[in-house]
Design a protein around this ligand. Structure first.
Ligand code: SAH
Ligand code: SF4
Length: 409
C-alpha cells in the first residue's frame, strides 16, 4: 500500500486471499494427522478394531521412513496398499528449482496446485541453512502474505492463498527427500551435515513467506504432526513461529501448539511501527508486549525472540537501542538483530556495520545476548524478506539487480 492509499484507508492492514485451495481427486496422505489417517482408513472400510494399528503403520512409513511409494509399505498387506493407492497419493509439493549457495544454504522453489487447473500454479520457497550443530529449515505459511510490512519483499506481493497443513508438512518432507535425510538414504555430495552422524533438519522456523498466525489452524495442525515424537520428531523447543504481532493468536500459539515464539518488533515507537509493520495500527506495541508477557509457557529457559531489522537512519539510533531494552524489561527475551536485506525498489537501506555493532553493544550491556543474524544464502536470494514466489515473477533485469545487490552488500 502506498502513502496515498494509506491516507484513504487508514484502517486497511490486511489483504484478502485471491484464490482458495481445491482438494485434488486423490488427496495426499502427507501431512495428515492421526485422526485424519484414521478417518481415511475408515472411509476405505478398514474395521475400527484395526484402525489404531494401521494408523501407527502409516505414521511410521510416512514420517519416520519418508517413503514415496505405497509399495514400500512392506508391513501393510498388498491388498490394503492397492486400496490406498486407488484413493490417495504420497505426493509432496513439486520441486521446480533447487539452488545451492556458496555457504551451503539450499533453496527450493515449490509448486502447489492453483485453484484453476491449467492456470497459474502457486509457488512458495523453502530454505535450508546448515550451521555447526544444527540445520534449520525456514518454511512458508502462505503464498504471498496477508500483511504489507514496508521493508519486506513478500509484503509487496498479493496474498494468493493460505497453505494447507499438508503443504506445510510437505515442505519438510521435500527438504528431507532432497537432503537424503531419511534412514538409510544417500545425501548429495555437497550437502553439509550439521551434526555428527545425525539428521540434517534439526530445527524449523516459520519465517518464510506469509504470516503464520493468519493461517493459524493449518500451522497448528502441521506443527503438531512435525513435533510428534513417534514421527518426524522435531521437538517443540526447536520449532519457532515468527509473527509480526497477530495478538489474538499469540496466546493460542502457546496453548494449542506450545512452540517457541519470535516477534517481529522492528520499532520501539508506535508511530514508526505503524509505518514499518502496518498491523501495528490494529495491535499496537503495548498490546503486543502484554500478549508476550502472558505467553503460555514463558520462562527464562524458554524466552521469546524479538527480531529487529536494522534500517539505516530509521530505527538504528542508540536511543532506539536504549528504548528497546527498556521496553523489553521484565520479559524473558532474546534479541535478534537482522541486517536489512535490500530488494529492487525498496526505499530502505541496511544500517552501517559500525552502527549495528554499537546498537548491539547497548543491547548486550543490558544483559541480552544480541546476535546479529548473519545473512545466509544471499547469492541465491534466500535471505529473510527476499523470498518472493515466481507467482509474481521478477524480470530478468530485476533478478540480476537483486543478485548484484546481495553479492556486493
Ligand atoms: N510474517 C512473519 C514471518 C515471516 S518474515 C513475520 O513477519 O514475523 C521473517 C522475518 O524476516 C521477520 O522478522 C521479518 O520482519 C524479516 N524480514 C522481512 N523482510 C526483511 C528484509 N528485507 N530484510 C531483513 N529481514 C526481513
Ligand atoms: Fe508478511 Fe512477515 Fe513480510 Fe510482514 S514481514 S509482510 S508479516 S512476511
Amino acid at each position: 500500500m502506498n502513502q496515498a492509499e494509506a491516507a484513504v484507508a487508514p484502517g486497511f492492514v490486511e489483504k484478502a486471499p485471491l484464490e482458495r485451495y481445491v482438494d485434488p481427486d486423490r488427496p495426499s496422505l502427507v501431512g495428515m494427522s492421526r485422526a485424519e489417517l484414521a478417518a481415511a482408513l475408515g472411509e476405505l472400510g478398514v474395521p475400527p478394531a484395526q484402525s489404531k494399528m494401521r494408523v501407527q503403520q502409516l505414521w511410521h512409513w510416512l514420517y519416520v521412513r519418508g517413503i514415496t511409494t505405497f509399495d514400500a509399505m512392506t508391513s501393510v498387506s498388498k491388498e490394503l496398499r492397492a486400496t490406498l493407492e486407488n484413493r490417495f497419493t504420497l505426493e509432496r509439493p513439486a520441486v521446480v528449482a533447487e539452488q545451492v549457495s556458496v555457504d551451503g544454504t539450499r533453496k527450493w522453489l515449490l509448486r502447489l496446485p492453483g485453484e484453476n487447473p491449467g492456470k497459474r500454479p502457486h509457488e512458495v520457497e523453502c530454505v535450508y541453512i546448515p550451521e555447526t550443530g544444527r540445520g534449520t529449515l525456514c518454511i512458508s505459511s502462505q503464498v504471498g502474505c496477508t500483511l504489507n510490512c514496508t521493508f519486506c519483499h513478500t509484503g509487496t506481493q498479493r496474498l494468493v492463498r493460505n497453505l494447507t497443513a499438508g503443504e506445510i508438512v510437505g515442505q519438510i518432507m521435500v527438504a528431507r527427500d532432497r537432503l537424503g535425510d531419511w534412514p538409510g538414504e544417500r545425501s548429495p555430495s555437497d550437502a553439509i551435515v550439521p551434526t555428527d552422524g545425525g539428521r540434517f533438519v534439526t530445527n524449523i522456523v516459520m519465517m518464510g513467506m506469509g504470516e503464520p498466525l493468519y493461517n493459524f489452524e493449518a500451522v497448528r495442525d502441521a506443527l503438531l504432526v512435525v513435533a510428534d515424537n513417534e514421527g518426524i520428531a522435531i521437538s517443540k523447543r526447536k520449532i519457532t513461529v515468527s509473527t509480526s504481532g497477530v495478538v489474538p493468536n499469540i496466546k493460542r500459539t502457546g496453548e494449542e501448539i506450545g512452540v517457541m515464539l519470535a516477534i517481529s518488533l522492528h520499532a520501539v515507537r508506535n508511530d514508526l511501527r505503524d509505518e514499518l509493520v502496518p498491523l501495528n495500527r490494529k495491535y499496537p506495541i503495548e498490546m503486543l508486549l502484554d500478549a508476550c508477557r502472558n505467553y503460555p509457557g514463558l520462562t527464562n529457559a524458554k524466552r521469546i525472540t524479538f527480531e529487529y531489522v536494522m534500517l539505516k537512519g530509521i530505527n538504528d539510533s542508540l536511543s532506539d537501542a536504549k528504548a528497546l531494552v527498556r521496553l523489553l524489561a521484565g520479559i524473558p527475551a532474546k534479541i535478534n538483530l537482522i541486517p536489512f536485506n535490500p530488494w529492487p525498489g525498496t526505499r530502505y537501506e541496511c544500517s552501517d556495520w559500525e552502527t549495528i555493532e554499537k546498537f548491539s553493544e547497548v543491547v548486550f550491556n543490558a544483559g541480552y545476548s544480541a546476535p546479529v543474524r548473519t545473512p545466509r544464502g544471499r547469492d541465491i536470494l534466500a535471505a529473510c524478506g527476499q523470498l518472493k514466489s515466481a507467482t509474481e515473477k521478477l524480470s530478468a533485469r530485476e533478478r540480476m539487480a537483486l543478485r548484484a545487490m546481495a553479492m556486493t552488500e
